[in-house]
Design a protein around this ligand. Sequence first.
Ligand code: AKB
Length: 316
Amino acid sequence: MNKILVTGARGQIGSDLVSALREHYGATNVIESGWRAPPHLSESQLFESLDVTDQRQLYKLIEYHQIDTIYHLAGVLSAKGEQHPERCWNVNVNGLRNVLEAAKCFGIQVFFPSSIAVFGPHSPKLDTPQVTVEDPTTMYGITKVTGELLCQYYAQQGVDVRSLRLPGIISYSAPPGGGTTDFAVEMFHAAVQFGTYTCFVRPETRLPMMYMPDAIRAILGLMQAAPTAITIRSSYNITAVSFSAAELAAEIQKHLPDFVCHYKPDFRQAIADSWPSVIDDSRARADWGWKHKYNLAAIVEEMIGEIGFRSQKAGN
Ligand code: AKB
């Protein structure tokens, strides 16, 4: 029987992952946690306030709910991390260490989202291999490299911890919060609502991306794979598509021909420039059968449809 704790449950990935987990494992077996309780909770939605840097609070919650699986999504993303580096280190590293210590203590399975941010200017930009130079320039990237090493260390001590180096995630249900790949999601919303967007990276900036339903399938697929299939305990490279800001704008214009995109790069350009454009995820595909479903055209079609439908419903 799975009794699941999701940290950072109200973030971009958490919002969709919690619904998928509730569908798979039953609503009452999934406990959401985060800084603040959401304003509206139905009776079957279990929520606990949790600061992952507080080890005692975490242990109490695990014991009380008899948790056997943690999806540890609480974290500070790349752009926010540059504005608050100390908080980024504290939440991303100390929070993860608390979760892994608890996992060792209570025999808990853990999912940890790493990122393409582990790579840096000396990592190959194209087909970035699973094992290569990792020299991140951001505090966020540094915390993810450290996190991966912690995962590998605790795995050697018997913890069943599994991880993915996620690319930019695109979704319509919850907004991303403080990342560099956020321009992609922002562009969709601005295109539908205002017909214009000022993008904070240059048009030729190309990054690996993935649509949320693919990301959810990847996370669940990894966690459900037989332990013997998992040959990498630091973190798997994983990807779906790579496109530039200009290619995304052009694909959106196929649906919204009047859409205009302007470009005004800010500090996030340097972060994007330090990351790979296309990564090689062949180990994930070979080890546990990872396969993406959505290409750029399919992502854009669904995103435009869903955002349009939702803003019509909201009367915008
Ligand atoms: C970010 O932009 O910070 C994240 C990531 C790629 O890890 N989306």
